[in-house]
Design a protein around this ligand. Structure first.
Ligand SMILES: CC(C)(COP(=O)(O)OP(=O)(O)OC[C@H]1O[C@@H](n2cnc3c(N)ncnc32)[C@H](O)[C@@H]1OP(=O)(O)O)[C@@H](O)C(=O)NCCC(=O)NCCS
Length: 399
């Protein structure tokens, strides 16, 4: 594949990554971009697969690239194919000339042609990604508390230590939990590998909660000694029952003689903390990931909706990059599913960026209207509120 674009004045060429010298060059650029040690990004490139990288050239020189992680994301109880974008990097001497935006725009056009409905990424700068049609879609929260203040003593279930090397065991439990949470991933194998693999001096500990033949959850963690005390880092967790949730806490509390603090990833409304006697758990970091609708019809039809809601939303969407998303659409929702037809009255008007937080439910239609992201009639606002209602979208994986 070789596509050429002229953006501003310089000429960029977009292509797949194959030649060993290009792999080498991209690895060096990404090492420098992400402040990695030499060769670190080459390992990353191989773990994701060369075929999932795209590069941008100027005057035949590779000047940057990105990775496309093809996975799934859960929306309204349905798994939607999702293209995660990662490792966007441009060599410093080529920055500021439109290389990154050209790379993103080409990648989005390619993904649209392939039928990918949505894309998600973690932004180092929102400005660049907004320019490509992404907007805030959901959150990732890091929580922390003193192990001494957990104070959950009851442990209804046993915990069984198991080897962490096989993600399949955990994935089966994980899949049962995540279907109900908007934004959770059907994870890329590289994300699972990062969770279960020991890095440098860390040991990864993994436990099933409940009996091995009927597990009700799991916890995967590592321990760290820092200048400010000892930390138990929960790399991943799942609890399917209240007994598993109680056992999760009491098990962690049993580390309190040596471990000062526990950290875990969850949503801003982390329901695990409801089991704690006091509000001693605190969010210590909060990031918002961004989402782009690549194919409006496929994205709206592929997700699920609240089962009791029935309604028709007349949208008018503007997308300057992907013309197929431009225009009027009717979203008809019934029995938890949506159907999209073209035309209609265009009663809720927004650009492709505004559609992202509406789609994910990160903000209500009223909030989006108040911040200038959409304009709508009273009736359309009410219908959109019912259709896109849901628990705050969250995704505990960084990529
Ligand atoms: C971020 C990065 C990819 C931008 O590359 P670039 O080729 O300079 O970006 P572009 O020239 O295509 O910029 C496109 C637009 O984004 C803006 N932009 C680019 N980097 C930005 C930044 N760090 N902060 C704010 N705006 C930025 C540009 O001003 C431009 O907007 P304009 O056309 O309205 O002036 C590059 O600085 C980089 O590789 N950084 C290190 C790695 C990194 O942080 N990657 C992002 C990971 S999510």
């Amino acid at each position: 594949m070789l596509l050429t674009t002229k953006l501003m004045s310089p000429e960029f060429e977009y292509s797949t990554l194959a030649a060993p010298e290009d792999v080498n060059q991209l690895g060096k650029i990404l090492d420098q971009c992400f402040i990695g040690s030499p060769g670190q990004e080459a390992i990353y490139i191989n773990s994701i697969g060369l075929e999932n990288f795209r590069i941008i050239r100027r005057d035949q020189q590779v000047v940057g690239g990105l990775a496309i992680l093809r996975m799934g994301q859960w929306w309204g109880g349905q798994r939607l194919p999702m293209s995660g974008i990662a490792a966007v990097g441009i060599a410093p001497e080529y920055r500021g000339d439109g290389a990154a935006i050209a790379l993103l725009q080409h990648a989005l056009k390619e993904l649209h042609n392939q039928g990918s409905p949505i894309s998600v990424l973690y932004p180092a700068t929102q400005y660049l990604y907004r320019k490509a049609g992404y907007e805030q879609g959901g959150s990732l929260c890091f929580w922390e508390m003193l192990t001494d203040s957990i104070q959950v003593k009851e442990q209804p279930l046993p915990l069984k230590s198991i080897a962490s090397s096989n993600p399949q065991v955990f994935d089966e439990i994980y899949q049962q939990q995540v279907k109900l949470t908007n934004g959770y991933l059907d994870r890329h194998p590289a994300i699972w590998q990062r969770i279960v693999t020991t890095q440098e001096k860390e040991t990864v500990f993994a436990y099933l909660i409940g009996t091995p033949d009927q597990p009700q959850g799991y916890i995967i963690f590592s321990q760290e000694r820092t200048e400010n005390g000892t930390i138990l880092w929960v790399r991943d967790w799942a609890v399917l029952t209240v007994a598993a949730a109680q056992s999760f806490w009491s098990f962690i509390a049993k580390h309190r003689s040596q471990i000062d603090r526990v950290r875990w990833q969850s949503s801003i409304n982390d329901y695990l903390t409801l089991l704690l006697p006091e509000q001693t758990a605190k969010v210590f970091s909060h990031k918002r990931w961004m989402l782009r609708l690549i194919d409006v019809s496929k994205a709206l039809e592929g997700r699920g909706y609240p089962p009791g809601v029935q309604g028709e939303l007349h949208l008018e969407v503007q997308d300057n990059l992907l013309p197929a998303n431009n225009g009027k659409f009717i979203l008809s929702v019934a029995n938890g599913r949506g159907e999209v037809t073209s035309d209609g009255r265009g009663e809720l008007q927004l650009d492709i960026k505004g559609l992202a937080p509406l789609y994910t439910g990160l903000f209500t239609p009223e909030q989006l209207q108040l911040t200038g992201k959409l304009t709508a009639t009273e009736t359309a606002l009410l219908t959109a509120t019912q259709i896109f209602a849901g628990v705050g979208p969250t995704m505990p994986d960084f990529f």
